[in-house]
Design a protein around this ligand. Sequence first.
Ligand SMILES: Nc1ncnc2c1ncn2[C@@H]1O[C@H](COP(=O)(O)OP(=O)(O)OP(=O)(O)O)[C@@H](O)[C@H]1O
Length: 253
Amino acid sequence: MSSEPAIRCKGIGKAFQLYAHQNDQLKQILFGLWKTFYKEKWVLHDMTFTVEKGGRVGILGRNGAGKTTLLQIICGITMPTKGEFEVKGRIAPILALGSGFDGLLTGRENARIGAAILGLSRREVDECIEDIAAFADIGPFFEQPMRTYSMGMIARVAFAICAHAKADVLIVDEALSVGDEIFQRKCEKYIADFSRTGTILMVSHDLDFLENLCDRILWLEQGVVKEIGEPKRIIADYRAAMLAEEAQAAGAA
Ligand SMILES: Nc1ncnc2c1ncn2[C@@H]1O[C@H](COP(=O)(O)OP(=O)(O)OP(=O)(O)O)[C@@H](O)[C@H]1O
């Protein structure tokens, strides 16, 4: 691992705008200079951390802690409200798998467009399109419009594109929960192989997988970094906190 940062987040904060009524959004556009028609909901606060080149950082935390929002910021899907961040190198964002696909286009057509969006040249797309098809392994469906696909098939194509993006940084959000066991194994193997050379930032609720893969864990609690450091210790602390909470809830019931 190099000491050069691949991902650098400094003072990242994120607030969503919540509108109580449907027409408040229009009012905000028309009269927003004079009055505010939304409430702010802060979901990330002052997040500062670095992932070194070649680092493998896992993010854990309970539902709603802000994990996906953080990854979306780092991938440029949503903007932070405060702070700044920098990513060095090409990103393969394995999150919200398949949400950008056009249902009227075939898997092959979507794969070509997706690979180009991730930064591959036309020649590189030509070179790897059959490998993408083989990785997705959905047979003749690859030539069918994607509106005919199951969720698992969509995830297969999306993951296959990311796996061939020649990425420097892999950002993964719970992608392994989609797809059957064979596909999950394939993805796990790909991530493990990638981790030998690339940088990984990964959200998962699979604590054993994170412990095996990562060299650091970031525990996110209500939008704040609660702990960051050695996987074994932090996962043990996290498990203990979950057990304590469960015991408390059982006692209160
Ligand atoms: N577009 C949005 N508008 C308003 N609130 C949002 C929006 N997206 C997410 N949130 C809120 O932000 C908080 C963090 O959500 P996020 O999806 O990042 O959590 P998470 O840690 O990934 O959760 P999970 O483990 O359940 O996937 C939650 O309270 C969620 O309701």
